[in-house]
Design a protein around this ligand. Structure first.
Ligand SMILES: [Zn+2]
Length: 716
């Protein structure tokens, strides 16, 4: 060992003499207010130091010798516990199950790719995404040894899993090899995980991300999410007789970072200047217009579509039903884009906005890759079955950007389940868990026939089953209309993108100036996080400082005037559908309107949802209906058309055709109606020759009529 580090060489007796009393006092104070959860006593280093700043070197001692200090603190813990609660045999036995976990060590933060052999046997703290999780097994933690020779009993805590525990009798005159008493030993849960460095913590996001194997002691079973890990770096021989090691981490404290975005919120709250700037931005008129334009620069026009995508990032309000289930706060959006619009670039851009956003293309992703896979792989412990969370799970609390939605119909049932329940249920290989997938979906596809045709229903143009289509709040076709100015801009943009890709400069968004405030990519990210969660700070401040309980979050509320506007819109649209008319909207659009109004209110940092928010929501929905549900033949909205049924006007015409065929065949000698007569008769009802031919074709396909003789028809 290095001379300078000599003071860090660990001497347990010395440690107990120097720090024992203070640690015992600290544990006692904590035991009276905290209870032990899951057999773990969390030793909060940062909190301890704030009580005893004069012995701050203890932090370094722990980092250098975590396993040994753990043993010493466990010894102090047992004494403290028994002094408080007595020392009968039952307590003594229960105490043996307790483990000390270090929480909030200072100065040992690492990135996964920085953990190296120099960290072996030291404490490290890092952040990562669970990419693989095996099932929970039992670990022999405190081995009970019995001496067959003299009857002596000894306990040994297992720190290294890769050598089977052995012990020699410590009885002076004995020294025999002891045998393990499995029944009297203590066991804890253990789970093997693989944790990967998040892209936002990589120097170059295009490098393959590194991962590390973690053994989590006392695990209740964790299968997905971004986590904070505090653990000891350990080594394992890769081959016998070769002094080469594999590095892994042993931890008894992994904290699910569902709060990942909340940590960012905390960063904002702790930065007064930043918060001022964000508040200032929120006051600007048209802030939503400016920021949505800024976020998606490569698409010209389509202002409402861009606004919808920007608002999707902000998310609606968190609301719980009386039974505790949560209402969906996400708006799912489908873009049907003509080739040349640059949908993939746009989706990737949105995916890169936040670490919890994810991108996948259905051309390469499987159903399991999108949701979750349970596969058999080589693991150190367990039977090899592991869960690998997919894109929707990785995008929990973010946005899943799904490209080329329509290329593989097989994966659509997976997507449907994810969008519907926002959870992924896996049940295979003895692993039965529900993984959270609370994400917004931003999907894109090309129309079947190359270009979007406003005269046809959406479902005729893309290969998406109706149930899946109806999960989207908003469907927008993005048409590639020739426009010289726009073409020039796109050419410019594509050229720039190539330069950026070549130079690895991903700050493609550049910056925009709003009344003296320079908005760049970083600021817009902060603005979205801020408006998503902490614009109502006065009400929620204390929540964000501690652990966040979502059920207690206060949200902007719907004002009377906003409610009235949405209600009127809905009622008026429904009225259009009375009698013979097509149904223009359903309750789904109503829910979508409320969600989008909330997003818009949050986007301008308002504490209430006002009439103007509702107005934007209605505008966005109307834009969507205009594009996909407007039937140009009748000048009416028809949600049935959007969702795959034929427009009402067309259905009426088909009915008329059937009447004509029925009538003509009744009048003819052979009981059949000739095509010539049908078309002539149809023209009396303003059905053109061409259309009549089309309709005959459609009716024949749907088997409503048949043709027993060429050029003649009969109703089935
Ligand atoms: Zn013995």
């Amino acid at each position: 060992m290095n001379k300078e580090n000599d003071y860090l060489e660990f001497d347990e007796e010395d440690f107990l003499n120097t720090y024992g009393d203070k640690i015992k006092q600290y544990i006692k104070t904590n035991l009276s207010s905290n209870f032990i959860k899951n057999n773990i006593f969390e030793f909060d280093i940062e909190d301890f130091l704030s009580n005893y700043p004069e012995i701050c070197e203890i932090n370094d001692i722990i980092i250098e010798n975590p396993t040994k200090v753990e043993g010493a603190i466990f010894y102090i813990f047992k004494e403290a516990y028994m002094e408080l609660f007595g020392e009968d045999n039952k307590i003594k036995k229960e105490l043996e199950k307790i483990q000390i976990a270090f929480k909030r060590p200072l100065g040992c933060e690492k990135k996964i790719d920085e953990i190296s052999s120099s960290d072996i046997n030291k404490l490290v703290k890092f952040e990562g995404n669970i990419i693989k999780a095996a099932k929970v097994c039992a670990l022999l933690k405190k081995a009970c040894f019995v001496c067959r020779n003299c009857g002596n009993i000894q306990y040994k805590t297992i720190h290294n899993y890769f050598t089977f525990p052995k012990m020699l009798c410590n009885n002076k005159n004995c020294g025999a090899e002891m045998s393990l008493d499995l029944d009297s030993s203590t066991y804890i849960n253990i789970q093997e995980l693989e944790i990967q460095q998040p892209i936002d913590l990589m120097k170059n996001p295009d490098d393959p991300p590194r991962s590390i194997r973690v053994f989590l002691e006392n695990s209740e079973g964790i299968y997905s999410g971004r986590v904070d890990v505090v653990g000891t770096v350990m080594k394992k021989f890769t081959k016998p007789n070769m002094p080469v090691f594999e590095i892994y981490v042993k931890s008894n404290r992994i904290k699910l970072n569902e709060s990942f975005q909340k940590i960012e919120v905390r960063d904002i709250i702790n930065n007064y200047d930043l918060m001022e700037t964000l508040n200032e931005l929120g006051k600007k008129k048209n802030i939503v217009d400016i920021l949505s334009q800024y976020l998606i620069p490569q698409i010209k026009g389509y202002e409402l579509v861009k606004k919808a995508i920007f608002l999707q990032q902000i998310k609606g309000c968190t609301k719980f039903l009386p039974d505790g289930s949560q209402l969906r706060k996400d708006s799912h959006i489908l873009l049907i884009t003509d080739p040349g619009i640059g949908k993939s670039t746009m989706l990737r851009r949105i995916a890169r906005l936040y670490p919890q956003n994810a991108y996948a293309s259905v051309t390469t992703a499987t159903g399991g890759g999108l949701t979750a896979n349970v596969v058999r792989e080589s693991t150190e412990i367990g039977d090899g079955w592991v869960v690998k969370p997919g894109v929707f799970v990785r995008a929990n609390e973010g946005t899943a950007c799904i490209d080329e939605l329509t290329v593989d119909r097989n994966v659509m049932k997976f997507i449907l389940e994810a969008m519907e329940s926002q959870t992924i249920h896996v049940n295979k290989g003895g692993i039965n868990v529900k993984l959270p997938a609370k994400c917004a979906v931003l999907a894109a596809c090309n129309p079947k026939r190359g270009r979007f045709d406003p005269n046809l229903g959406v479902i005729e143009q893309i290969n998406v089953p109706t149930p899946l289509l109806s999960r989207f709040d908003l469907i927008f076709p993005l048409k590639d209309l020739p426009d010289r100015k726009r073409d020039e801009e796109i050419a410019e943009h594509i050229l720039n993108t190539h330069i950026e890709t070549a130079t690895k400069d991903y700050n493609i968004l550049g910056s925009v100036e709003i009344d003296g405030i320079n908005v760049d990519e970083n600021l817009i990210k902060n603005y979205i996080i801020y408006s998503r969660t902490c614009a109502y700070l006065e009400n929620n401040h204390s929540l964000f400082m501690g652990e966040v309980d979502e059920t207690k979050l206060k949200n902007p509320y719907l004002t009377k005037s906003a409610k009235k506007l949405i209600k009127n819109y809905y009622v008026n649209m429904r009225k259009l559908g009375e009698g013979d008319n097509p149904i223009p909207v359903t309750a789904r659009q109503l829910e979508a309107a409320i969600r989008i109004s909330e997003m818009h209110a949050k986007a301008r940092l308002s504490k209430k949802v006002e009439e103007k928010d509702a107005k934007v929501a209605v505008d966005i929905i109307e834009e969507c209906l205009n594009q996909v549900a407007y039937d140009p033949e009748t000048g009416k909205y028809d949600i049935g058309k959007a969702m795959g049924q034929l427009p009402k006007s067309k259905v009426d015409k088909m009915d008329k055709m059937i009447d004509i065929i029925r009538e003509l065949s009744a009048l003819s000698d052979n009981g059949l109606a000739s095509e010539e007569d049908i078309i002539e008769k149809a023209s009396e009802y303003n059905i053109s020759d061409k259309e009549a031919e089309d309709l005959l074709e459609k009716l024949k396909k749907s088997a409503e009529i048949y043709s027993p003789k060429f050029g003649y028809y009969k109703v089935s």
